[in-house]
Every structure is written in structure tokens, then in C-alpha cells.
Design a protein around this ligand. Structure first.
Ligand code: NAP
Length: 237
């Protein structure tokens, strides 16, 4: 599906990768861009329409369905937190918080927008996932589990929506240069480049995009005798 002339709705689009998706959609000639955000005050981007949505709040999701001409939904909103490791006493509590946004949030928004998308001649969904679904990184245990759940949901959804002709694209990427990775001193992809690669993949009819080299290498190990989720490949951090 091409971005040009599409109507895009992006969650978590006031900053970071979500804002990059909105700006890149504008650059590519989208007909209309709805930027979903928890707080619309002060948001001022030419040709981008702010819409209040908190993906943990069903009432705000229902209200956002006023964007009834949406043809492309980008489930981008997400949160991350560090933890000591899988045995930390905080795992359950943190998991509930992260699942509420990163997994249940995706489910809620997708369910709310599916009837809108189904009514369009051409429609698509992009789910923002992560390399973490295949990478052992104990300090991100609840985040990894929430993204792995969202990945699984994405796969079920893609298969389910195939007969309706709705394209479902999963985006996997490692570190991206946004507030989420502030203070982490590692090479990071640019949000604009990730958004651009993702829209290219969508236009090419793909179901998945690995938006950096590390994630591409990691995925290539999945059928190896020792896949990357057991021993990460050399150079993948
Ligand atoms: N940065 C990375 O390295 C990286 C790598 C792989 C995947 N990702 C994924 O990329 C997506 C975007 O992250 P980012 O890097 O752009 O992070 P970010 O700069 O921290 O932005 C996160 C966005 O999500 C919004 N958000 C958080 N909770 C929300 C809720 N309950 N309802 C609606 N919006 C909510 C935030 O809104 P507020 O401004 O109101 O907080 C913000 O707009 C996330 O799904 C993240 O997991 C990021």
C-alpha cells in the first residue's frame, strides 16, 4: 500500500518515532495525517491533525474513531522500563504496566479501527515491534515479553485479515534515536530513516521489515542450530 493519498492514523505521534511516521507520511503526500497523542496541547505541525488518544483508555480510543476515513493505522505508542532481571520482584507489576500499553494497547486500537479499515478499498496496519522479541536482554524482561506478545498478535492478525485484503506489516528494529533511548550510548537508527524504510516495505507489499543491520542479522539466525535468542550473533548488542 502506498502512502501517497492514504489517510494515516498514528498513535504516540507527538514525539519520537511516531512523529517521524507523521512527518514522513506528509513528505510522501498522504491525503490526511492524524497524529494520536495523550496531550494535544501545544502540538503544532503543519498539515498534521492532533487527535487525543490514550491507548489504555477505551473511551479515548472510541472517540478517536471519529477519524473514520483512516486507511492506514500505525500502532506506534509504547513504553519501556529497565529492570534488574527476570527474577526481580518487580517483574509482575512492571509487566502489567508495559503490557497495558505495548500489548493490550495495540489490541484495543486495532479492534476499534478494524471496522473503519475494512470499509476501505485498500487498508493496512503497521505494528511497531522490536528486535527484543528475539534478543536476550534481561534488563528489559517485561518490555521484551510485551513486545513478543504484540509480535504474536501481529502474526495472528495478519493471517486473520488476509481474506479482507488488509495488509499487516510488523516493524522490527533495534535502538532508535528517541527519548526512549536517552542516555544509552550505542549506535542508533534515525527515526526518519526507520519510518521511511517502513513505508517503502508497505508499498512493496511486505509483511515484515527489519529496519537495521543488527535486526536483519538476528532474524537470519532464527533457523540456525543456536539461534540469536540463545546466543546473540557477534556484533548484535
Ligand atoms: N527507541 C527505540 O530504540 C525503539 C526500538 C524498537 C522499538 N521501539 C518502539 O517504537 C515505539 C515508539 O517509541 P519511541 O522510541 O518513539 O519512544 P518515545 O520517544 O518515548 O515515544 C513514545 C510515544 O508513545 C506515547 N505513549 C506512551 N504511552 C501511551 C499511551 N498510554 N497512550 C498513547 N500514547 C502513549 C508517548 O506519549 P507521551 O508523550 O504522552 O508520553 C510518545 O508519543 C514504541 O512502541 C517503542 O517500543 C523503540
Amino acid at each position: 500500500m502506498d502512502i501517497a493519498n492514504s489517510t494515516v492514523f498514528i498513535t504516540g505521534a507527538n514525539r519520537g518515532l511516531g512523529l517521524a511516521f507523521a512527518r514522513e507520511a506528509r513528505r510522501r503526500g498522504a491525503a490526511k495525517i492524524y497524529a494520536g497523542m495523550r496531550n494535544t496541547a501545544g502540538f503544532n505541525e503543519p498539515d498534521i491533525i492532533p487527535v487525543r488518544i490514550d491507548v489504555t483508555d477505551k473511551a479515548s480510543i472510541a472517540a478517536a474513531r471519529l477519524a473514520a476515513d483512516t486507511t492506514l493505522l500505525v500502532n506506534n505508542a509504547g513504553i519501556a522500563e529497565l529492570i534488574e532481571g527476570p527474577l526481580s520482584g518487580d517483574v509482575e507489576e512492571q509487566s502489567q504496566r508495559l503490557f497495558d500499553v505495548n500489548y493490550h494497547g495495540v489490541v484495543r486500537v486495532t479492534q476499534a479501527f478494524e471496522p473503519i479499515l475494512s470499509a476501505q478499498p485498500q487498508a493496512a496496519i503497521i505494528n511497531v515491534l522490536s528486535d527484543i522479541v528475539w534478543l536476550p536482554r534481561p534488563i528489559l524482561t517485561p518490555y521484551a515479553a510485551s513486545k513478543a506478545a504484540a509480535w504474536s498478535y501481529t502474526n495472528q492478525l495478519r493471517f486473520h485479515l488476509r481474506e479482507k485484503g488488509i495488509q499487516v506489516l510488523g516493524l522490527h528494529v533495534g535502538f532508535v534515536d528517541t527519548d526512549l533511548t536517552n542516555g544509552i550510548d550505542v549506535p542508533k537508527a534515525s527515526p526518519q530513516d526507520v519510518a521511511s524504510q517502513t513505508y517503502d516495505a508497505l508499498a512493496a507489499g511486505k509483511s515484515e521489515i527489519m529496519a537495521d543491520r543488527g535486526t536483519t542479522v538476528l532474524k537470519s539466525t532464527l533457523s540456525a542450530e543456536v539461534p540469536g535468542y540463545i546466543t546473540p550473533p557477534e556484533g548484535v548488542i
